[in-house]
Write a protein that binds this ligand. Structure first.
Ligand code: IFM
Length: 470
């Protein structure tokens, strides 16, 4: 949806009622409900730096493989958040951010993935939690954002069903360690991306190109999610607010051929439904039964489908599909419609896609309590000599997606918060440091953080609870 159309559609929606005022196709005041959570997110491997972590993760190993990371970089230094977290939290607080979703590096607290813990790792997350609370920011702790301990990968990683039990032990350790101060827990970040891009396409760690490994990773992460929720509840009961975070993308046919429509549906089953349906509906999509049936044992689905308090949605763009006999499940990437704007990741910009995802959750998954736990964009940037970046394209991207989020609320989607991805430029996986998504620029030589125009814009939004003009 183009920006002009978006504003016109908001007007047409007639969702006034005082909260959202629209005049003649031009939004005047777009106000969010009181208590709407404005947050930001990071992940351990992308920002922390190695610090005194003793054990490798699969991303350390992957980054050593020639050609795996475009700029041959790694997360050894990243943003050195491990040492600079207090300053980073102060910058978040200044921007009006009230929630910070960060992830735990499993290998930092349990170097071999299970058994003996490292007190330095546990202490770090304790200090980070305390500092967040002191800054008036609620910690949202994510237990897994792709950096599996290498020691577990050496035992088969997500192909080994027993990893679900190791994960539950790890969840229990963290619940006991932080549960007196943390109530918001996220079991997984984008298990679908980790399974499909890391185990199917081999473009992320652990670098496997195997359909079998991909489905194993999907199912065993789902199982770990279910067992993890039970472990967390055993410690925190209903005081804990538990959820998972999924990357959800509308899957659309790349052209008008009926085969492309079927391909898009099949890819949707893999990308979206394989991680949505088991935890929320207790089943796998029928269309993929030939791959999942042998993996799913008695009682697995009951273990996976646990009561959740919220669902996190990471949204960036839609996907376009066509048939491809050589593809993982017989489908492949199709062309993005001509004229559709794209980010520097080549991802199509389509705020309407966010509404599609949220409406689907309202209509087909019981309208759970939702948070947009990631949204943001990467564009080519010019850094001024003082480190400032006038990232007008990012501001427009955020504006248009957040406007859609407000519209979704008006259309009865149970949306309670929005987390910008991400507070600062960081290690963008296979793209290394070449793909900035941050509201703050990070100088790679000095690691100095400089707020961009988007930081100022987001701060206005978070402080006023009202959408500023782009
Ligand atoms: O940087 C990633 C993040 O780790 C997971 N979601 C998408 C972001 C942008 O690619």
């Amino acid at each position: 949806m183009r920006r002009r159309d978006l504003l016109a559609s908001m007007a047409a929606a007639g969702v006034g009622g005082g909260a959202l005022t629209v005049t003649a196709g031009r939004a005047e005041t777009v106000q969010f409900p009181a208590g709407f959570v404005w947050g930001t997110a990071t992940s351990s491997y992308q920002v922390e730096g190695r610090g005194d972590r003793q054990a490798d993760t699969i991303w350390d190993s992957f980054a050593r493989a020639p050609g795996a990371i475009v700029d041959h970089s790694n997360g050894d230094i990243a943003c050195d958040h491990y040492h600079r977290y207090a300053d980073d939290l102060a910058l978040m607080a200044k921007a009006g951010v009230k929630a910070y979703r960060f992830s735990i590096s499993w290998a930092r607290v349990l170097p071999t993935g299970s058994g003996g813990s490292d007190p330095r790792g546990l202490d770090f997350y304790s200090r980070l939690t305390d500092a967040a609370l002191k800054a008036g920011i609620e910690p949202w702790v994510c237990l897994f954002h792709w950096d599996l301990p290498q020691a577990l990968q050496d035992h088969g990683g997500w192909s080994d069903r027993l990893i679900a039990d190791r994960y539950a032990e790890y969840a229990s350790l963290m619940a006991k360690h932080l549960g007196d101060r943390v109530t918001r827990w996220v079991t997984f970040n984008e298990p679908n991306v980790h399974a499909i891009i890391g185990h199917g396409f081999g473009e992320h760690a652990p670098g496997l190109k195997s359909r079998e490994a991909m489905f194993q990773a999907l199912h065993h992460q789902n199982l770990a999610h279910g067992k993890g929720v039970q472990a967390l509840r055993a410690t925190g009961g209903d005081r804990f607010k538990l959820g998972t975070v999924l990357s959800l993308q509308p899957c659309r046919p790349a052209d008008t051929a009926p085969a492309s429509a079927a391909a898009a549906q099949l890819w949707d089953a893999l990308w979206n439904r394989c991680v949505l349906d088991p935890p929320l509906l207790g089943r796998y999509p029928e269309a993929l039964a030939e791959y999942t049936d042998d993996l799913v044992q008695d009682k697995d689905l009951a273990q996976i489908r646990q009561k959740l308090d919220f669902l996190g949605v990471n949204y960036y763009s839609p996907m376009y599909q066509k048939t491809d006999p050589a593809g993982l499940i017989g489908t492949g990437w199709g062309a993005v419609p001509e004229g559709m704007p794209r980010t520097a990741m080549d991802w199509p910009v389509d705020p309407q896609g966010l509404l599609d995802v949220l409406s689907d959750l309202r209509d087909h998954y019981g309208n759970p309590e939702l948070y947009i736990t990631e949204n943001g964009a990467c564009f080519a940037e010019t850094v001024a000599t003082d480190g400032r970046v006038d990232d007008a394209q990012r501001v427009a991207y955020l504006h248009d997606h957040i406007a859609v989020a407000r519209r979704a609320i008006a259309e009865k989607v149970n949306l309670r918060g929005y987390f910008a991805w991400t507070i600062m430029d960081n290690f963008e996986w296979a793209k290394g440091y070449t793909a900035p998504f941050g509201l703050m620029h990070v100088d790679r030589a000095t690691l100095a953080r400089t707020p961009k125009a988007s930081y100022d814009w987001f701060a206005k939004l978070a402080h006023s609870n009202t959408l500023p003009a782009a």
